[in-house]
Design a protein around this ligand. Structure first.
Ligand code: UDP
Length: 472
């Protein structure tokens, strides 16, 4: 007891000392980026830092959900058509170009405001690569948050080599060719966004990789036991401090309040009525889009599987449709309540629900990690970018899911659901993902790797402070 009091006093004093230290965080305005950045903000706030968020007007977070943080909005200069562009690479390039000046102006104001606490460092989304030049010019240390997995980042870092050896740009005739340097990947698993304009994607990836390398440290929403070998590779190639402190959402008990769309809470009451581990939860994140034929194959695959399903059909998921118009009339009625379709889910709560037995996912990194943390096996349907690498790791490295291999065909979908939900293969997969879930829990406990890494991050920031305050 006495020891605990001394410990608590020590932590209290350290937090006291950190009062008066401010961190400026700059999230990329996309759902899969803003969620982890605001979770990280919560974690660092709990460590005694004051938090200031600079955000774009486009997809801005709701400050009223975060009364402890200060928010500053910057004009991003995106036109309506640019903001709704269906090409994510174009959007990233525009954001990097158009945010530069307003971001710089905002940061200069914050740095010169003597009525506020001094700023220790900037924590920028790694895809906002322009922030490196701005931070350097203001002599402000810059740490980056990479919201994707470490394994896929290692692949991004290898792009120059992959281009030199002819794996990239991807040729249709080589899809099944193994990438000898990066097992178990095949050419078809390499990240692509818009196959018609690969150069634009390479440019963004180069910005991401080079300016991460030039940062004062990189924070990962991942944990050592999950991505150990990628972390070792990264450590050899990137001579900067590396902090795997994830899974972020498990540090804080409150579930995400940074959702742009309203999360349908009735889905939880619907799940309450289903048998344990019987439901397939299907959701493909905030950006992926499908054509009508793919959408219908998914609908029939789910219907024919005979399992109950909760399906997120985000408005805009089907290109050219508002919402569910392509479904045959009476589709849901014929299922007698076995299927429930919603526009957006409280995903972390859904995955933690005892009725959920599988997650049919596009393997965005957040969805992948959230599934692992709840021990829910996956059906993988990667669409673009790092999702393909994540999916390969889920199905072939961690072996905690099955990848749909031959495009979207209702028979394959039905068969894959059966393999996962009914057959012995599914039991083995379930056992393996339970182990990963257990490791995720352990890494956050006292002495766990992510807890230690978080402590290192806090002391790293304190050392950067010395540098900043001398030069301010
Ligand atoms: N999400 C959600 N409700 C949904 C679908 C997704 O709250 O119906 C959240 C999910 O929990 C995750 C994020 O949105 O945190 C999606 O990020 P991810 O990296 O998986 O995919 P992206 O949207 O970036 O493709």
């Amino acid at each position: 007891m006495k020891k605990r009091n001394v410990m608590e006093k020590k932590i209290g004093t350290e937090m006291e000392q950190r009062k008066g230290r401010r961190l400026v965080l700059f999230p990329l305005p996309l759902q899969g980026h803003i969620n982890p950045m605001l979770q990280l903000a919560d974690i660092l706030h709990s460590k005694g830092f004051s938090i200031t968020i600079i955000h774009t007007n486009f997809n801005s977070p709701n400050p009223s959900h975060y009364p402890n943080f200060t928010f500053h909005s910057i004009p991003d200069g995106l036109s309506e058509s640019e903001a709704s562009a269906s090409d994510p690479v174009l959007l990233l390039k525009l954001l990097n170009a158009k945010c530069l000046e307003p971001f710089r102006d905002c940061l200069v104001k914050l740095l010169s405001d003597v009525s506020e606490e001094p700023i220790s460092c900037l924590i920028s989304d790694a895809i906002f690569y322009f922030t490196r030049a701005v931070a350097d010019s203001l002599k402000l240390p810059r740490i980056v948050l990479r919201t994707g997995g470490v394994s896929s980042f290692v692949i991004f870092a290898a792009f120059p080599l992959l281009r030199e050896r002819g794996y990239l740009p991807i040729q249709d005739s080589q899809l099944e060719k193994p990438v000898e340097e990066l097992p178990p990947l095949k050419v078809k698993d390499l990240p692509v966004v818009n196959a018609d304009d690969p150069e634009a994607f390479y440019e963004v990836v180069a910005g991401l990789v080079n300016e991460t390398k030039a940062s004062s440290g990189v924070i990962w929403n991942s944990y050592e036991d999950l991505e150990q070998s990628a972390l070792v590779t990264l450590g050899k190639e990137f001579p900067i401090p590396i902090f795997p402190v994830g899974p972020f959402h498990k540090h804080c008990s409150a579930s995400s309040s940074s959702s742009f769309l309203t999360q349908d809470q009735n889905s939880i009451s619907w799940l309450d009525k289903q048998a344990p581990k019987s439901v397939i939860y299907a959701s493909f994140g905030s950006i992926a889009a499908l054509n009508e034929a793919e959408f219908l194959e998914i609908a029939w695959g789910l219907a024919n599987s005979k399992q109950p399903f909760l399906w997120v059909v985000r408005p805009g998921l089907v290109r050219g449709s508002e919402w569910l118009e392509p479904l045959p009339s009476g589709f849901l009625e014929t299922l007698n309540g076995r299927g429930h379709i919603i526009k957006w889910a409280p995903q972390q709560d859904v995955l933690a629900h005892p009725a959920v037995g599988a997650f049919w996912t596009h393997n965005g990194w957040n969805s992948t990690l959230e599934s692992i943390c709840e021990g829910v096996p996956m059906i993988c349907m990667p669409c673009f970018g790092d999702q393909k690498v994540n999916s390969k790791y889920v199905s072939h490295v961690w072996k905690v899911g099955l990848q749909l291999e031959s495009g979207l065909k209702r028979e394959e979908i039905e068969g894959t659901i059966r393999r996962l939900m009914v057959e012995k293969e599914g039991e083995d997969i379930r056992d393996r993902i339970s182990e990963l879930k257990e490791k995720a829990n352990l890494c956050l406990q006292q002495g766990g790797t992510s807890r230690q890494s978080l402590d290192s991050l806090v002391s790293h920031i304190s050392k950067l402070e010395l540098f900043t305050f001398k030069s301010q």
